[in-house]
Ligand binder design. Sequence first.
Ligand SMILES: Cc1ncc(COP(=O)(O)O)c(C=O)c1O
Length: 505
Amino acid sequence: MLDLPSPTPADEVAHGTSQPVAPYFDAVLAYGLRGPGRFHVPGHKGGPGADPALRHALGERAFALDVPQDIHGIDIGASPTPYEQAEALAAEAHGARRTFFLTNGATQGNHALTLALAPLGAQVVCQRNSHASIVDGLVLSGGVPTFVQPEVDDALGMAHGVTADALRDVLAATPDARAAFVVSPTYYGMCADISALAQVAHEAGVPLVVDQSWGPHFGFHPDLPASALALGADAVLTSTHKIAGSLTQSAMLHVNHSDRVDVAQLARALRLVRSTSPSSLLMASLDAARRQLAVHGEALLHETLAAVHRTRAKLATTPGIVVMGPELVGRPGVADWDPLRIVLDVRGTGRSGYEVAEALRGAYDGNVELATAATLVLVVGLAESAVALERVAGDLDETVKRIARGGDEPGPLVRPPAAPPAHTVVPPRDAFLGETEPVAIEAAIGRVSGESIAGYPPGIPALLPGERVTAEVVAYLQEILTGGARLHGASDPTLATMHVLRDVR
Ligand SMILES: Cc1ncc(COP(=O)(O)O)c(C=O)c1O
């Protein structure tokens, strides 16, 4: 039997009266369906101008609700407009001072955060295996990163979070740093010790920014990790679409009640990386997803967690598979874990994660979020179907039994997903905007990269613009390419060539 849940901020919100409404969604719905004169963009005019097959596929209503910015009664008119109310309700649900809706994913949030907190020439401390959008943001802003390394489990090739000690050391060595950027949870659902990291950052006088893209559901059930905002982070990104039911590309950026992050400056930066035609469908989906999470999230998660526990137990009986999770908590860089990520160590099958994923896809059309040399990661949604979870456990069992090589065969080669340590020669912006030339990959070794190259998934750059290209990093990229990963950001996806800086040696 589960322990009785203790009240969380989300409980208090849900038990209030405000969360069951979705004002922006309702306003868009009302406008879309009442047949107004639509003498404005978009040119499909709520449907008639769209390709009939597309209209049929997406449904008439998707077009009716696809409305532009600046419509009276939706996002202009008496304040608070439905749009302002929707962002305020999201802030209330997440325990934030201010929440911004994002229509270009958490990527947009990282771009805005770096523009606001790491302006031209400003020093910041960043987790080295942050999502590519952090360094891309520094290319836009001209901020200068000093990297803090995450803890890495070499045997599994799995990077965890950064420790408070590691952050303290790097901040001490970077006295002019203006902010610290970390990631929690990781792609594998492992959470850093955010309270300790916040304390370290605040002692150094800088805000802690947490990329909690993979944890939009945190804090909404007592058996899940607390949200980084509740643990003291100053700004937090949640990629709502990843787990919590909104449409792909929709996310949220939250700022807490401390005054370490200037909300006006952040709003200004957000305008720079936001279309003047943000999608009403994406924003309505955020409003509705927030309502569902705040009002029904705990109950839905309760059912989903029960199904996950059954699935984990079933997967644990498959020979050669180890279901990972709580046993990692307490290792350096892991303070908590997210049960909505099912992480499987497949080394005991004698097959790589890439091979198991491919066999599962080929035989059962089962498509996983991430495969690495040693692991598979299955992402579970807020209200995952229990039947689908049970089915994938059975499908994986059959797949592994069919392709396993047996214990005597050598296991797959395993490498850390974070590339070997890199040496920054020039800041990302200078390198990205500098003059580059394509050279054969062998000739690139020893030169300075003009590109950001990440193995995808998970999209963590192994090489950043401005870093020295080493033989190790080239070998690493070639190996993950051979293993089945794609290279995100590489000018030559086969890595036969790459761009290096022409004038920097
Ligand atoms: C840690 C992290 N941050 C940011 C992003 C970008 O999120 P989005 O796809 O919502 O732009 C991702 C995407 O996988 C991610 O893993």
